[in-house]
Design a protein around this ligand. Structure first.
Ligand code: FES
Ligand SMILES: [Fe+2]
Length: 343
């Protein structure tokens, strides 16, 4: 075992970094990981991701021999191969070939530093520093495995901002009428009815009732007159929120907003989606619509100041519609995160 320390040029406070390293974060779509070495950055750490005999390996992207990134290499049936001297790494990141001295036993020091990894909701999740006493649970997602539901996973995309700001925006219901009118919201429906976040073991849930439709702005479909929409948010601290939208009848749309903290200033977004209606609509159309909604948020999230998320509630002004944002900041504070998250 190695002792885990924040990487060089870490953009987080070292204590916050370690707290984050104990949690699960998504790093890639499972469908994008074949045998070949793929690159990701999580919490300022460069990672290599590959598959061997179907099983995924996530490791530090540093060859233990002379420090060349494995993501510059290639792969064969038995693992990924460093481009410099051809060392090969297979299951669990173990070195299984030294071409310059075949037949020699391989010292453990030549193994990659690998991390705990799980596949769930079509994503690869990584926990870099599992807490042996209190292992962090993976987020859950309603309906993903239910009969009649289709699973969709939009390609990951990058946001130039802090994950905490992005997630808080996803929980925010007051910006629909201002930011999302081209996709689903109604510019004249601005009032936010009262709602109450309820604390849970891993964050909080919110049942938010309103008349804001979730049908696409150009859709001929309409909810019955006076229909009340339920949006259930489930916040899994620190950066994964899941929204279940109750459409008329039994139709349900679940969107997971899984924000991966690349650094304190960069975020890679993943969005697994499950739904039980419109199953004939091409998946590319769902990707495109979802991306449009997220793109509408981009300018706000990337330009908010400070970039960090102030956890001291007296540092920003709040309005009654902010109950979720406040619950979010309180939850992060309960987890022990520093006031500012960024250094
Ligand atoms: S640096 Fe990777 S094999 Fe030498
Ligand atoms: Fe938004």
């Amino acid at each position: 075992m190695h002792t885990l320390t924040p990487p060089a040029h870490c953009t987080f406070d070292p204590d916050d970094w370690l707290r984050l390293a104990r949690q699960w974060h998504p790093v890639a779509r499972a469908c994008d990981i074949t045998g070949a070495p793929a690159k990701a950055v999580l919490l300022d750490e460069q990672l290599v991701i590959y598959r061997i005999h179907g099983k995924v390996v996530v490791a530090r992207d540093v060859c233990p021999h002379r420090g060349v990134p494995l993501t510059l290499g290639f792969h064969d049936e038995e693992g990924i191969i460093c481009p410099y001297h051809g060392l090969r790494f297979g299951e669990e990141g173990r070195c299984n070939r030294i071409p310059s001295s075949p037949g020699q036993p391989v010292p453990a020091k030549l193994n990659l530093i690998s991390y705990q990894a799980e596949e769930r909701f079509g994503l690869i999740w990584v926990c870099m520093a599992p807490d042996a006493e209190q292992p962090a649970p993976l987020p859950t997602m309603p309906h993903w495995d239910d009969a009649g539901f289709q699973q969709i996973n939009c390609p990951g995309f990058d946001v130039n901002g802090f994950a905490g700001r992005q997630v808080e925006g996803f929980l925010d219901v007051a910006h629909f009428a201002w930011v999302h009118t081209a996709t689903f919201a109604d510019a004249s429906n601005q009032v936010v009815p009262a709602y109450n976040p309820v604390e849970t073991a891993s964050g909080f849930t919110v049942d938010y009732w309103s008349t804001v439709s979730n049908f696409a702005a150009d859709s001929p479909q309409q909810a019955p007159e006076g229909f009340e929409w339920l949006r259930r948010f489930e916040m899994h601290l620190p950066f994964t929120a899941t929204l279940t939208i109750h459409f008329p009848g039994e139709a349900r749309l679940v969107i997971m907003n899984a924000a991966s903290p690349v650094s304190a200033r960069k975020t890679r977004m993943f969005a697994p989606i499950a739904r039980n209606f419109d199953l004939h609509v091409p998946i590319e159309d769902v990707h495109a619509f979802n991306l449009r909604v997220f793109e509408e948020d981009r300018l706000m999230v990337e330009t908010q100041r400070p970039e960090r998320l102030p956890l001291d509630l007296t540092l920003e002004a709040h309005i009654p519609a902010d109950r979720s944002s406040i619950a979010y900041r309180r939850g992060l504070k309960r987890m022990g995160f520093g006031e500012f998250f960024l250094v």
